[in-house]
Design a protein around this ligand. Sequence first.
Ligand SMILES: C[S@@+](CC[C@H](N)C(=O)[O-])C[C@H]1O[C@@H](n2cnc3c(N)ncnc32)[C@H](O)[C@@H]1O
Length: 233
Amino acid sequence: MTATWLDFWQKENEFDDSMSANYAYFLARVEQFINLSKSRSVLDIGSGPGNLEDAWHDRVGEIHGLDISERYNAMGRAKHANHPNVHFHTLAADDYLNFSPVAGRQFDIIIVMSVVQYYRNAAEVEDLLAAIKRVAAPGAKALICDLIVEESVLKDIVSIVGRSLRQGQLLSMLKLLFRLRFSSYYNIRKQNGFLVIPESEWMAMCKRLNLNARFVAEPLTMQQERRNLLIQF
Ligand SMILES: C[S@@+](CC[C@H](N)C(=O)[O-])C[C@H]1O[C@@H](n2cnc3c(N)ncnc32)[C@H](O)[C@@H]1O
């Protein structure tokens, strides 16, 4: 049976240790767009091991992470056992657009970082946008980040190597790329690819859902050709 991205994230993988470098890059830039305060509540869709929760738990009112990986949620819960304002909820792998774990809640800040490329198709992403609209408080902002808007594996690699060099992290990035080449990641990527949605299609989806959205000009992740969509409610 062909393994899928959903299977990949359930198991220990090469990103477990490396995601935080990309996240640090994002954290250093995101506050140009998002104001944090103790009165704000945050939803982190595809929260992984909890990088956002680690950085923001004492700067916002509460944070809820949603992820299909119970393994990552367990890691996040262990790190934040003493932080009653941090919650990790597990989404069903076959029903990941069902946000019932946070039903009835509204959020001022919604972050989706490096997640939609693992969705199965653009229709699901439009459902994600509709789900975000349902949980967004008036005045909320959503940032959907690290979007692949054109297919180019080579550009992706050149970009991340160049950025890592400038950030003084070239060696650890080259080690990661080497490990990835001989890992299940490589095979799953070969079989499933990444979901690529052109910018025009993102804007068309936002228009159909009547969302006030724009791509931010500045890169927010180390892969500089990836785009970041800001939605203002
Ligand atoms: C590259 S990691 C990013 C994690 C985190 N956002 C970060 O940047 O540190 C991708 C995450 O998305 C989760 N994920 C993949 N598909 C998902 C889906 N359909 N719904 C929710 N989470 C998903 C994975 O389990 C994994 O934790």
